[in-house]
Design a protein around this ligand. Structure first.
Ligand SMILES: NC(=O)c1ccc[n+]([C@@H]2O[C@H](COP(=O)([O-])OP(=O)(O)OC[C@H]3O[C@@H](n4cnc5c(N)ncnc54)[C@H](O)[C@@H]3O)[C@@H](O)[C@H]2O)c1
Length: 249
């Protein structure tokens, strides 16, 4: 039995890394998927999925723009008739910068994409789910960096910390409507977001995970699927750590 049979899901940032694995896992589990991404290659990626017979559409979306999020929710309903699941995954990384060199515009860009983008994705998904009155599931992709601090990552730490508590707040607010809001909190995962890191930096990151390696995108996607599916029917407002033990130390 497929876990998302007949469900309609939006995956923001759904064409790369964790989002791409999630898109493909959701399709394999019977969902229709709207890939909401800002990247040029996302359109070609979704065309490939459609050629394989998958039920996916691409909607060019900048998650930091309110009109783009309204549009992608509308497109999901127009093409597939409803919205059951929102995966607020899109995000940008951070090379690590001392606060004195970090500009206000860099700070604002981080907040706009990694925190406001999640707020907007939740707001318009919940609004649509309330109209449908059949419940729904939202999974935000936060981070271990929302629970711990790391040298030079102030804005990323702050934005992800915001996602952690936004998830709790919305989980509490919408549980009675059957709309479950939860988050996964990955450790460091081998994706393009880490492409700027040197091999020494990667070795150091590996050493921080008791499991002795970085995560794989499919391991995060599996946790996202769990929280999005009825298997997690009593899980609300939680932050699931998927981090090889990083935060258990
Ligand atoms: N890789 C890690 O180590 C790690 C660890 C913890 C949390 N995360 C989080 O996981 C999520 C996915 O990251 P990833 O590692 O798969 O990175 P990635 O760079 O492979 O994917 C990010 C995706 O988001 C899209 N995106 C970026 N800005 C956008 C915007 N404004 N609007 C719409 N789409 C946008 C990109 O085009 C890309 O498809 C992010 O929120 C990231 O912070 C990643």
């Amino acid at each position: 039995m497929r876990k998302l049979e007949g469900k309609v899901a939006i995956v923001t940032g759904g064409s790369s890394g964790i989002g791409k694995e999630t898109t493909e896992l959701f399709l394999a589990q019977g969902a229709k998927v709207v890939v909401a991404d800002i990247a040029k290659q996302a359109e070609v990626y979704v065309e490939g999925l459609v050629k394989e017979g998958k039920e996916a559409i691409f909607v060019k979306t900048d998650v930091s723009k309110e009109e783009d999020i309204q549009n992608v929710v509308n497109e999901a309903v127009k093409h597939f008739g409803k919205l059951d699941i929102m995966i607020a995954n899109a995000g940008i990384g951070h090379p690590g910068t001392p606060i004195k060199d970090y500009t206000l515009s860099q700070w604002q860009q981080m907040m706009d994409i990694n925190l406001t983008g999640v707020f907007l994705s939740n707001k318009y998904a919940i609004t649509q789910m309330q109209k449908q009155a059949t419940g729904g599931a939202i999974v935000n992709v936060a981070s271990i960096m929302g629970h711990t601090g790391r040298d030079g990552l102030a804005s990323y730490n702050a934005a992800k910390g915001g996602v952690v508590n936004l998830t709790r707040s919305l989980g509490v607010s919408h549980a009675k409507e059957g709309i479950r809001v939860n988050a996964v909190n990955p450790g460091f995962v081998e994706t393009p977001i880490l492409s700027g890191a040197s091999s020494a930096a990667l070795d150091h990151l590996i050493s921080l995970h008791p499991i002795g390696r970085l995560g794989r995108s499919e391991e995060i996607a599996n946790a996202i699927l769990f929280l999005a599916s009825d298997d997690a029917s009593f899980i609300v407002g939680t932050n699931l750590m998927v981090d090889g033990g990083y935060t258990a130390i």
